[in-house]
Design a protein around this ligand. Structure first.
Ligand SMILES: Cc1cc2nc3c(=O)[nH]c(=O)nc-3n(C[C@H](O)[C@H](O)[C@H](O)COP(=O)(O)OP(=O)(O)OC[C@H]3O[C@@H](n4cnc5c(N)ncnc54)[C@H](O)[C@@H]3O)c2cc1C
Ligand code: SF4
Length: 497
């Protein structure tokens, strides 16, 4: 991927659109496949390295029209099968091609509550865009119709035009539902349950709602104002929000059901417990979990050096350990917080990296130094107990493991050192054990995730769960989809009471 300035992309699109508009014959599938795929305009890498503003700028109206014209409107719609919430993708793209953005966003909202979020952060290349006929015919998923960019375009258009409507709330039923956690799973349940006229109280451990969308995913990938807008809509619908409220400490699940008058509960507490490598030196000063590092920057706004109440240590040489989206977010945040060198250390090769291709490309453009087939053996310290570097081993790939990826094997005697002052561990997250430990009778599996059936029903009567707390660390769209299913089952249960 090479960086193309936004102005050039916009000018090229105007020319392509003029040609399309000048045509008198309808477009054949061959014509559609010859239309150039529209790249996402983004901030110049050299400029965005030192600001927190969103990297991707969004399609121009001309780009959106052109990209929509690339869709073949396949009868079998393989893209829909790749979407975890089965959005009518050809339907919304057709509306864009016809110039009806409002209809397009309404079609998406039949299945997805958060299109402005999902259009930005969904791993489309592994979901809806993977089976797209255009991508298959052009032999590259990068050439598939850019479904996510189009979703984002219409969601932003609706918000910017001030057309987002507050959903209608049915007359009060007198039933009360508690939602624990305000990530995408909890917010989705809140909207769907409130619409039916039930009272909704959202409990959030942090001082701000939004879950990972606010404390984890950085501003430069997902502006917080977009998430806040969704929360404002819920509040305008009459949902009550109680922040700094830790269920399992402030009140327990059993208190809510037995003493506080809740008729049903949804647990959407996510997977916020960081995993560590369990190597020597992990408790040195200067070692962070990616969650802590990102929370300090995003939620506590440590990057706003003039005004932040909780400043962050000014690192010069940072290593991020891991190869997923969380690792990319941490590395790109470290660049923006002013580190001179940011190393990303991953024990497999780029091909096995779970992070999105776009995030890897953006990290490279911003100067992150990638180390493949390397992994720390121990973290080194100076005489005061501060991180001074890592000792790494080199790796080679062996046979595939349970994940289907080739197993990394350490090469004996290959030790070498990198000088650093900060290490950020980004190797995955588990669920927080608090609710599990304080709720008798709530079944969990061997990883500590809550066990729920296909409707989100747990082993406890009137208690539902969904999102990362059930799936393990997953995605925004899957959390939202789980929330939708659980809300439907909760509404059905409450209607029968
Ligand atoms: C840094 C990072 C980047 C990511 N990037 C992407 C991406 O690009 N695309 C993508 O699709 N997914 C991404 N994910 C994953 C995605 O964000 C999650 O799968 C999704 O947010 C899960 O939603 P959830 O509603 O289950 O939980 P969460 O979003 O984790 O929200 C759970 C909420 O519950 C609160 N909570 C926890 N315990 C309690 C308690 N006891 N009482 C009250 N409140 C509690 C937490 O404070 C939190 O606000 C990323 C994750 C991280 C960490
Ligand atoms: S598979 Fe691709 S071309 Fe076919 S309908 Fe879906 S987006 Fe359009």
């Amino acid at each position: 991927m090479t960086y193309i300035p936004a102005e050039k992309l916009a000018a090229d699109a105007e020319n392509v659109l003029n040609d399309l508009n000048a045509r008198t014959e309808p477009l054949t599938p061959k014509d559609r496949m010859a239309i150039p795929m529209q790249e996402m305009p983004s901030q110049d890498p050299m400029v965005r390295r030192s600001n927190m503003e969103e990297v991707a700028i969004g399609y121009t109206p001309a780009q959106a029209r052109i990209e929509a014209e690339r869709c073949l409107q396949c009868k079998t719609a393989p893209c829909v099968k790749g979407c975890p919430v089965s959005i009518n993708i050809p339907g919304f793209i057709k509306a864009i091609a016809e110039g009806d953005n409002k209809k397009a966003v309404d079609v998406i909202k039949e299945s997805s509550l958060l299109p402005a979020v999902c259009g930005r952060v969904c791993p489309q290349e592994a979901q809806c865009q993977a089976p797209c006929t255009v991508g298959k015919a052009l032999k590259s998923v990068d050439q598939a119709v850019s479904i996510g960019r189009l979703e984002r375009f219409v969601a932003d258009w609706e918000r910017e035009q001030g057309l987002v409507e507050k959903p209608t709330v049915k007359p009060a039923t007198g039933k009360k539902v508690g939602i624990i956690g305000t990530g995408p799973a909890g917010l989705t349940v809140a909207a769907d349950v409130r619409r039916e006229g039930h009272d909704v109280v959202l409990f959030e451990a942090f001082h701000k709602p939004g879950g990972v969308m606010v404390y984890g995913i950085p501003e430069f990938r997902l502006p917080k104002a977009i998430v806040q807008k969704e929360i404002d809509t819920l509040l305008a619908m009459g949902c009550e929000l109680r922040t700094n409220f830790v269920i399992g400490r402030t009140r327990k699940i059993t208190d809510l059901l037995e003493q506080d008058g809740f008729d049903a509960l949804f647990i959407g507490t996510g997977a916020g417990l960081p995993r560590f490598m369990n190597i020597e030196g992990e408790n040195l000063v200067g070692v962070y979990s990616a969650n802590e590092y990102l929370t300090r920057s995003n939620l506590m706004r440590a990057y706003d050096k003039e005004r932040a109440q909780t400043p962050i240590f000014e690192s010069e040489k940072v290593a991020v350990l891991g190869g997923g989206n969380v690792a990319m977010d941490a590395a790109r945040t470290a660049v923006r917080l002013g580190a001179k060198e940011v190393h990303l250390i991953y024990r497999r090769t780029e091909a096995e990296m779970p992070a999105r291709v776009e995030e890897i490309a953006h990290a490279k453009e911003e100067g992150v130094i990638f180390h493949f087939l390397e992994n720390p053996k121990r973290i080194l310290s100076d005489e005061k107990g501060w991180v001074s570097g890592v000792e790494c081993l080199r790796y080679e790939l062996g046979e595939p493991d349970d994940s289907g990826r080739r197993r990394p094997i350490a090469i004996e005697g290959s030790e070498f050192e990198i000088d650093l002052d900060t290490v950020i561990v980004a190797i995955g997250n588990d669920s927080n054990p608090l609710i599990r430990q304080t709720t008798p009778g709530l079944d969990t599996n061997k990883w500590g995730n809550i066990v729920a059936d296909e409707n989100g029903k747990t082993s406890l009567s009137r208690v539902f769960a969904g999102g990362d707390i059930v799936l393990g660390a997953a995605t925004v769209i899957l959390a939202m989809g789980e929330g939708r299913k659980a809300a439907k089952a909760m509404n059905e249960m409450l209607a029968k009471d």
